[in-house]
Design a binder for this molecule. Structure first.
Ligand SMILES: Cc1cc2nc3c(=O)[nH]c(=O)nc-3n(C[C@H](O)[C@H](O)[C@H](O)COP(=O)(O)OP(=O)(O)OC[C@H]3O[C@@H](n4cnc5c(N)ncnc54)[C@H](O)[C@@H]3O)c2cc1C
Length: 408
């Protein structure tokens, strides 16, 4: 008997691959009343299923955790995931940035196909079944549910991380793994909005910029994150900020020592090009206010902030803008200093950084090196990547490997 704890994407992939590999008694337990509650809200309900990259590049995107995933990503790569859904009537669309979505733009279609496939393979789903403890008894596992117990030969922990706990991912798997001898790397919120010391973001809250690049320095090396950015009441969100949070969450800043992050508002334009543009704009429209001209380059409310930071009054006409001031404006647009003091909480984090230590898991089986018969799949493992479909691919691939191995 194989018991999978968690009916999220990792648990569903595990169940399908265990079934395909010939396992006959496979049960999936979930505390929720349905499978894939978090999966349903992925990609804003559209589900960014994976990312169109070759396995090597994919692996690199996970940073230090990439090596651990290398085997799983080769065994069950992006192309196999796309084929799996296509063969079951759900074609995928690859967007120009590499993100892969179902053509129907419905996460529920992804979830339904996975559940249907598992059911066809004979997998049993047991909902509203919260596991409270897992103990090893000789070669088997005693699984305690609320008001019931169950014996299993193999257990796969696919309980997810701790982010968005309202979806059922409350971090229970960490406790189960600890009780079975595993080390858990402290879970931290990742792909999460950042909190700044500056007060001005609230003046531009809701303003979105495409194609920004954020740069910070970590261990003496620059780290970059790019994409869309949205200002929030007390900081920055959106994919660029979320990707940057991955790097900053390890050395959480304190109010006394914020981490400087520089924001390039116009990534596709060089500093000298921008200065030339500003110069031309001022010459062509000398009577216009500088802030109005800057508003043609960046959103109006942000233009006001940038001019304020450069001490350019709102009424200052372009003909009175000095060369040093113009250069300062260009410099500020290309490297707007933000001081990160915190991340938002786990409740707002897209994923959890941290989890079951990978050196205690065999990468070719996802099996425990400490507790025979125990396996892991998905976000419960200490591996995290950037925004863009990477986490679901990690779930599909680690689940595939765990399911096959547990069935053997
Ligand atoms: C808003 C949002 C949008 C996202 N969008 C994307 C996206 O578009 N693309 C992408 O790649 N990633 C996305 N992610 C991340 C992705 O959803 C997760 O990485 C992924 O769901 C993790 O899958 P999992 O199966 O490991 O865990 P989960 O999906 O968290 O599933 C774990 C399951 O285990 C169950 N469980 C936990 N504890 C117990 C217990 N004690 N007993 C019984 N059951 C239990 C839970 O109820 C849950 O159903 C998004 C995340 C969020 C929050």
């Amino acid at each position: 008997m194989i018991v999978i704890v968690g009916a999220g994407p990792a648990g569903l992939s595990t169940a399908i691959h265990a079934g395909q590999a010939g396992a006959v008694h496979v049960s999936v337990l979930d505390g929720n009343a349905m499978a894939g509650r978090k999966l349903l809200i992925t990609g804003g309900g559209r589900c960014n299923v994976t990312h169109d990259l070759d396995p090597r590049a994919f692996q690199k995107s996970f940073g230090a955790g990439g090596r651990f995933l290398s085997y799983a990503l080769h065994e069950y790569p992006v192309s196999d995931v796309i084929t799996f859904f296509k063969q079951r009537g759900l074609a995928m669309r690859i967007e120009p940035n590499g993100c892969v979505f179902p053509r129907t733009d419905r996460a529920s279609d992804v979830r339904d196909i996975l559940v249907q496939e598992a059911v066809t393979l004979g997998v049993q789903f047991k909902y509203n079944q919260s596991v409270t403890a897992i103990q090893k008894q000789d070669d088997r596992f005693l699984i305690t549910l609320q008001g019931d117990t169950l014996m299993a030969d193999r257990v796969i922990l696919a309980t997810g991380g701790q982010s968005y706990p309202q979806t059922g991912s409350t971090g229970d798997g960490y406790g189960f793994a600890r009780a079975l001898g595993h080390t858990v790397v402290t879970p931290r919120p990742s792909l999460v909005p950042l909190v700044l010391t500056q007060h001005w973001p609230r003046e531009v809250a809701g303003t979105a910029l495409e194609h920004v690049t954020l740069t910070a320095v970590q261990d003496g090396k620059p780290v970059l994150a790019s994409g869309t950015l949205v200002f929030t009441q007390n900081g920055i969100g959106g994919p660029a900020a979320q990707d940057m949070s991955r790097f900053l969450t390890d050395d959480l800043p304190s109010p006394d020592s914020p981490i400087p992050v520089f924001m390039d508002c116009l990534t596709n334009v060089s500093l000298s090009q921008l200065d030339t543009w500003l110069c031309d704009l001022c010459q062509d429209q000398p009577k216009k206010a500088v802030v109005t001209l800057v508003s043609t380059l960046i959103p109006k409310r942000l233009a006001k902030v940038v001019c304020g930071l450069c001490e350019c009054e709102d009424t200052l006409p372009a003909c009175q803008l000095s060369k040093p001031k113009r250069q300062q404006l260009a410099q500020t647009i290309k490297a707007l200093e933000l001081s990160v003091v915190d991340t938002r909480s786990m409740e707002e984090a897209i994923v959890t950084r941290g989890g079951i230590a990978t050196d205690q898991i065999h990468p070719k089986t996802m099996g425990s090196r400490l507790c025979p018969g125990l396996y892991f799949a998905g976000e419960v493992i200490n591996v995290d990547g950037p925004c863009g479909g990477y986490h679901l691919q990690m779930c599909w691939s680690s689940g595939a490997v765990a399911g096959c191995a547990a069935a053997c």
